[in-house]
Design a protein around this ligand. Structure first.
Ligand code: PLP
Length: 259
């Protein structure tokens, strides 16, 4: 009778661990809190308790890099009804080996397709109900591409499992945070790295045309880091060449990871 199973009534986080150190834990815990608050689930643990649970789990893990998958559901009820009262949340945590792609692997470039964003109006909640994302993932598999880039009324929102960046004339454009995208922890790090690499930052609407005429297109997520996209809907971006800005931002991101 767990509402996570019955209704997808829960939220989750994916947190990378590099060399045994949880990367940007506070930021992930803050986003988790936002997701929980949005759907009125009480956080079962304090920040200190989360830290100690994760430390204990990681002590049992091999040395290699890990990704922590953490899910909290509203808990098990006695009757299958949509309305809820206070329940004891269910917590599930899983560690998986994390093997980020090397720079030379990334330099081969990745392909994507663009599709209408038919998700709901609360994409800022990292919800476990992921039907739309599963449908996009299967489309990506069938088209043999890395990601499905989404648009609402011709404006790019984000990827099905990533944030999207367009670089043109030394400016990085990305959709503003809000209810139409998940505010990626990696997104913030990419913006920080891009600032460091002297790119101008513009959090604004990007049109589909601007994507096709971009100098560079990237996607980002905690497990993919920052990845160059060189072909979208069978059209090459910048003649299929990897951009120099991506290379600089990738290097700075690696420095942040290893700091
Ligand atoms: N947007 C969506 C829809 C996602 O599912 C994800 C990650 O899974 C992201 C953005 C990137 O978020 P983060 O960088 O925190 O992994």
């Amino acid at each position: 009778m767990d509402r996570g199973f019955l209704f997808g009534d829960g939220v989750y986080e994916v947190i990378p661990v590099y060399a045994g150190k949880v990367f940007r834990l506070n930021e992930h815990l803050a986003r988790l809190q936002n997701s929980l608050d949005s759907i009125q689930i009480s956080n079962p643990y304090s920040t200190e308790k989360w830290q100690s649970i994760l430390t204990q789990l990681l002590e049992q893990a091999p040395e290699s890099d890990q990704s922590i998958y953490l899910q909290i559901t509203r808990g098990a009820d006695t009757a299958r009804k949509h309305r809820f009262s206070e329940l004891t949340p269910t917590v599930f945590i899983e560690l998986n080996p994390l093997v980020p792609k090397t720079k030379s692997e990334l330099e081969t470039g990745y392909h994507a397709i663009i599709q209408p964003d038919f998700r709901w109006e609360r994409c800022d909640i990292k919800a476990t109900s992921l039907l739309a994302n599963i449908m996009y993932a299967q489309q990506a598999k069938q088209h043999q591409v890395e990601e499905v880039i989404l648009h609402r009324d011709q404006s790019i929102t984000e990827g099905a499992t990533s944030n999207v960046f367009v670089i043109r004339n030394n400016t990085l454009f990305t959709h503003p945070t809000g209810k139409h995208i998940l505010s990626g922890i990696t997104r913030d790090l990419v913006i920080e790295s891009a600032c460091h690499c002297a790119l101008n930052i513009q959090e604004s609407i990007i049109t589909i045309d601007e994507v096709f005429n971009a100098d560079e297109v990237w996607i980002s997520s905690s497990t993919r880091e920052v990845m160059p996209i060189t072909m979208i809907d069978s059209k090459q971006i910048n003649n299929g060449k990897i951009g120099r800005h991506w290379s600089n931002v990738y290097d700075h991101y690696q420095a942040l990871k290893n700091a």
